[in-house]
Design a protein around this ligand. Structure first.
Ligand code: NAP
Length: 250
């Protein structure tokens, strides 16, 4: 049975991915920060609780990568950072960069260099279309994801001389609970129907979007499986499931 590790799998689309990989026949280790009892259903997978911003948490996941020798690693952990327009303390900004960009780069590069060449490994690093349209609310998050995009290319360069491939999965707005609740509240307040509120929200958040609804978790899963099946050809790949957010040329 092929082994996979999904880092950032206790919530959101990472949690969905972990359970879908189990259904697809993978042996899955999920990594998250919250304690196991707070997860809805972990019976079919192994769960490792680790805070990757701490040395202890980092080492736990590093160990997991070494011991499991996975064929697929998905880095999905994220900090959205402060989301208001006030200026946060510098160490809060650094913490966002650390989890979103430096930890995945360091952790996965370290694994590439130490892995045994027997097991081919695909790294899928989740990125975001926020890199194309930063504003005063999203600047730090967007900048950390832009750094991650560049560092994933550096990781792919290192993979060239190892039995591994590194690809970026760049996502647009997902059909997650938080997005749904935000729009439901607007629909309730204004009396408009959800479809109309969603279309208006998407058009306002990025004029380049050519989607009328949020992207499904399942579409993200299908793209991960496709990347994992490409082997070496996936190295350096940028897979954009982003609703057209970068416009026509990028
Ligand atoms: N949601 C969207 O609309 C959207 C759009 C574009 C791209 N994306 C990308 O998709 C990915 C997942 O996003 P999401 O919205 O599904 O995220 P989410 O629901 O906030 O989940 C993030 C995951 O990361 C884990 N995590 C956070 N801090 C951690 C830490 N210090 N150490 C270890 N794990 C930590 C969380 O664990 P706990 O919850 O247990 O703390 C959780 O499992 C991200 O890379 C994001 O940039 C999302």
């Amino acid at each position: 049975m092929r082994k996979s590790i999904v880092i950032g799998a206790s919530h959101g689309w990472g949690a969905h991915l972990a359970s879908r990989l189990v259904e697809e026949g993978w042996n899955v280790t999920a990594v998250g920060r919250r304690p196991k009892p707070e997860l809805p259903d972990t019976d079919a997978l192994r769960y490792v609780q680790a805070d990757l911003t701490t040395a202890h948490g980092y080492e736990a996941v590093e160990r997991e990568l070494q011991e499991q020798a996975p064929a697929l690693v998905v880095y999905n952990a994220v900090s959205y950072g402060p989301r208001d327009a006030t200026l946060p303390p510098l160490d809060e900004l650094e913490a966002t960069f650390r989890l979103n960009a430096l930890v995945p780069y360091h952790l996965l590069l370290n694994h590439v260099e130490k892995q045994s060449s027997a097991q081919f490994c695909t790294y899928v690093v989740t990125n975001s279309d926020s890199i194309y349209h930063a504003n005063k609310y999203s600047g730090i998050y967007a900048a950390s994801k832009a750094a991650l995009r560049v560092l994933t290319t550096a990781l792919a360069s290192a993979c060239q001389s190892h039995n591994a491939a590194a690809a970026t999965l760049l996502l647009g707005p997902l059909a997650d609970e938080e997005n749904f609740e935000k729009l439901q509240e607007i629909a309730h307040r204004t009396g408009a129907d959800m479809d109309a509120v969603t279309r208006r929200y998407l058009a306002r958040s990025n004029q380049a979007y050519v989607i009328n609804s949020f992207l499904s978790y399942e579409s993200c899963v299908k793209n991960v499986l496709t990347i994992a099946n490409l082997g070496r050809d996936a190295n350096g790949m940028l897979c954009k499931l982003d609703g057209g957010s970068s416009g026509s040329l990028i």
